[in-house]
Design a binder for this molecule. Structure first.
Ligand code: NAD
Ligand code: TYD
Length: 349
């Protein structure tokens, strides 16, 4: 376990964030440090293929920030990391649906077993808050109409979604059985800076910036409800500080787009030709449509999505253009093997 220094001042509260070197976790750690001057943040992350210290490089030296390299399934590492912690936000996960189809083993281990280890450790320490960061994918797929509410039955369709739903049910059971002060958030598709280029938006942006084709699954008419990662972070922080223990809160951007419409928008924004679109075999079990009803968090906690999708998309493209070395470092590694296995063509450099 590698650690860096943490200021030991006493008038502060300490929040442990798991998965803080990933896409959403790194944005969330930065958000907490910027918006809560009396909060210390411990970032607990195993640094898997998706974890990247470069995502939090700007935080090194901040006396309220500390990094611990550790695995959420490692009971002893988790026990030690939680000493003195009063709140925990659990982002760490295997997060990509296509990888869960290739091999679901790591998803069950990290997402299910890891959550169980954290819940037990958090219960023993007696944290005042435990936030489980989950996904709308636990609800399954929608038809043309309607939106997921917190009362929608769980019906996960991918191994990834099933592992997240299992974790949510464990959290629910700890609330019910032990009175654990836990809360669950279920958010729609995130986009923004530091997203690993295996997910649709950063994959397509980074391919197009190199004039490489973009693989659209199936007929391209699947619908996702997009939210900027900073809006998601603000929502998780609102749930952490103001949410009612035992409750589930849906989070969404009220921004539904078909994949092909989104692909056309990216091509237009980047000035690239439609001939770069490749329709490829559909993802097995591909959920048709996600849409989130986030009225509960809006009404109860006063949160709302603030970043219009078109604006966020332009900003995200600008970020990927300005951070080409960040992308290149990822695309030249094990990413190439994954790309070849998933798409049957070479990717990366
Ligand atoms: P990510 O893949 O970018 O990052 C995951 C992070 O978790 C990485 O830093 C990785 O090193 C770490 N990690 C993985 N296994 C670990 C383990 N065993 N122990 C400790 N750390 C480990 O994921 P993301 O997109 O930032 O998603 C974060 C969370 O948000 C996940 O729980 C995901 O299910 C949820 N979520 C994501 C989205 C989305 O659109 N990306 C939407 C809703 C919910
Ligand atoms: P993704 O970013 O993997 O998120 P999720 O599966 O969690 O929604 O995919 C978003 C949508 O884009 C989904 O409908 C699948 C589709 N997609 C493609 O068409 N091609 C791709 O190469 C990828 C990664 C996704």
């Amino acid at each position: 376990m590698h650690t860096s220094a943490l200021d030991l001042g006493s008038d502060m509260r300490t929040t442990l964030v798991t998965g803080g070197c990933g896409f959403i976790g790194s944005n969330f750690v930065r958000h907490l440090l910027e918006t809560e001057p009396d909060t210390r943040v411990i970032n607990f992350d195993a640094l898997t293929y998706a974890g990247n210290l470069a995502n939090v490089a700007d935080l090194v030296g901040n006396p309220r920030y500390r990094f611990i390299k550790g695995d959420v399934t490692d009971r002893e590492a988790v026990r030690v990391a939680l000493v003195g912690v009063d709140a925990l936000v659990h982002f760490a996960a295997e997060s990509h649906v296509d990888r869960s189809i290739l091999d679901s083993g790591p998803f069950v281990r990290t997402n299910v077993q890891g959550t169980q280890v954290l819940l037990d450790a958090a219960r023993h320490v007696g944290v005042s808050r435990y936030v489980q960061v989950s996904t709308d994918e636990v609800y399954g797929s929608l038809g043309a109409e309607g939106a997921f509410t917190e009362a929608t039955p769980l019906a996960p369709n991918s191994p990834y979604a099933a592992s997240k739903a299992a974790a949510d049910l464990l959290v629910r059971s700890y609330v019910h059985t032990f009175g654990m002060p836990a809360l669950i958030t279920r958010c729609s598709n995130n986009y923004g800076p530091y997203q690993f280029p295996e997910k649709l938006l950063p994959l397509f942006i980074s391919n197009l910036l190199r004039d490489e084709p973009v693989p659209v699954y199936g007929d391209g008419l699947n619908v996702r409800d997009w939210i900027h990662v900073l809006d998601h972070c603000a929502a998780v922080a609102a749930v952490l500080r103001k949410g009612r223990p035992g409750e589930v809160y849906n989070i969404g951007g009220r921004s539904e787009w078909t994949n092909i419409r989104l692909t056309h928008a990216l091509l237009d924004l980047l000035g690239k030709p439609r001939s770069l679109i490749r329709y490829v075999a559909d993802r097995p079990g591909h959920d048709r449509r996600y849409a989130i009803d986030c009225a509960k968090i809006e009404t109860e906690l006063g949160w709302k999505p603030t970043i219009p999708f078109e604006q966020g998309l332009s900003d995200t493209i600008a970020w990927y253009k300005a951070n080409a070395p960040w992308v290149e470092q990822i695309r030249s590694g094990a990413y190439r093997d994954y790309y070849a296995r998933q798409y049957g063509t070479p990717g990366g450099t």
